[in-house]
Design a protein around this ligand. Structure first.
Ligand code: ZN
Length: 417
């Protein structure tokens, strides 16, 4: 039984312990069906350790609430064919938001993780946070109005955002406090819905764990190479956060003695040589020195307009200068990752973020450098891949983050019932 339930006083919100227990049991059934898909009454009984008659009664109540559907007769594995029960995908909705270094993606999803609204992607005005959030609210308001969904069926909002985030308190260590309010407070006030935020690299790990290559794996490192470099760590099946929710600042380990100034104020961080920002700088400097490259043509000679996407496009078209930039970045990452492989012995390293769209041009130098610097017995366990979900991972991860919270018994604000 739920330990928090046992610790509660006799009544909560006017409900007796019997009623609370029933809600807990129903939430447990919903959780199993959400994760497992259509399941029979005897199987639910086995999983939840409740009696079959109790399950029958609770299932009927959940069907009456429109949360569970009777899916009809399933396949038999010997004996009578069982009746299956599954989640009604449109019983609840989740708002997912992925705020990237420049791009913002958002939309509404159902319990099958399918979009039930338009999904939009646009350039956010990251320089003016006030403007960025009012623009975001205006666009999300429009989407919600068009989708015309029952407001009472929304479970919450998940927000992925770059930077240092204390996911436990919702505090951000960026200049994002508007009129004295945190991002969580802004969303909760505007939408009257519980909101959860986390750093983009951890949301990537949550997305990979729910839908990508990290599914059913226990020890996976997710590298997010965007303008900076972040690390989402799945350790022993759990997304690791550290004491203050600030773990994974891989981009700020020192790799170059007396190196360039980093955005964090220190010198020589990994991010200064191996990030989206670093490759743009290298492309600009090389071309200024007379280096011929397709990158220059892609931006019509305006070097200030070089974005990561231009470098990647040049790489994928075989531009030698662009390939060399990515190759160097891969070598730096491989060296830094070798330390992590020795420490964590991961079964997989997933490389994501917009730089990962260089695919093998990035993975091969990472692999080669890992082979060079890692003890082979440890290295042989570790597969290095690019993300299956690529640019969708953080939006889907923000939805998965809400669902993880809904089923977390220590968290009370986001609940089915
Ligand atoms: Zn730094």
């Amino acid at each position: 039984m739920n330990k928090t339930l046992l610790e509660k006083p006799v009544t909560t919100n006017g409900m007796s312990n019997v009623e609370l227990k029933k809600i807990f049991q129903k939430n447990a059934i919903i959780e199993y069906l959400y994760h497992l898909g259509p399941t029979s009454n005897p199987d639910i009984a086995k999983l939840t350790k409740m009696s079959s008659p109790t399950i029958t009664k609770l299932l009927q109540e959940l069907i009456d609430l429109g949360i569970i559907k009777d899916m009809g007769i399933g396949e038999s594995i010997g004996g009578r064919k069982p009746n299956l029960y599954g989640i009604n995908p449109n019983a609840r909705y989740i708002i997912g938001i992925d705020i990237d270094c420049r791009m913002v993606k958002l939309g509404v999803f159902n319990l099958d993780n399918e979009a039930v609204s338009e999904i939009i992607t646009y350039f956010g005005n990251v320089k003016d946070k006030n403007e960025m959030f009012s623009d975001l609210f205006r666009r999300l308001d429009e989407i919600l109005a068009k989708a015309n969904l029952d407001k009472s069926l929304f479970l919450g909002i998940g927000v992925s955002i770059p930077g240092l985030i204390n996911s436990k308190t919702g505090q951000t260590y960026m200049d994002v406090r508007i009129n004295g309010k945190s991002i969580v407070e802004l969303f909760e006030e505007h939408y009257q819905l519980p909101t959860i935020i986390d750093s983009d690299s951890r949301v990537m790990a949550i997305g990979e764990q729910a839908f990508g290559f990290a599914k059913n794996k226990k020890d996976v490192l997710c590298l997010n190479i965007c303008d900076g470099v972040g690390l989402g760590m799945i350790l022993n099946g759990i997304v690791y956060r550290g004491k203050s929710g600030l773990a994974g600042e891989f981009g700020h380990i020192n790799v170059v003695k007396d190196g360039n100034l980093c955005t964090c104020g220190k010198y020589g961080c990994l991010e200064t040589v191996a990030s989206g920002g670093a490759i743009i700088e290298q492309a600009q400097q090389g071309i200024k020195k007379g280096q011929e490259s397709l990158i220059k043509e892609l931006v019509n000679g305006d070097l200030e307009e070089i974005h990561v996407a231009d470098v990647i496009e040049a790489v994928n078209k075989g531009d030698l200068f662009a390939i060399e930039i990515i190759n160097k970045l891969g070598n730096f990452l491989g060296e830094a990752l070798a330390s992590l492989v020795h420490i964590f012995n991961p079964e997989m390293i997933i490389v994501g973020g917009k730089v990962a769209l260089a695919e093998d041009y990035l993975i091969n130098p990472i692999q080669n450098t890992l082979n060079k610097y890692t003890i082979s017995h440890i290295k042989k366990d570790t597969e290095v891949v690019t993300s299956l979900l690529q640019e969708k991972v953080k939006l889907l991860g923000s939805v998965a983050m809400v669902m993880n919270q809904v089923f977390d018994e220590d968290f009370e604000d986001m609940k089915f019932l």
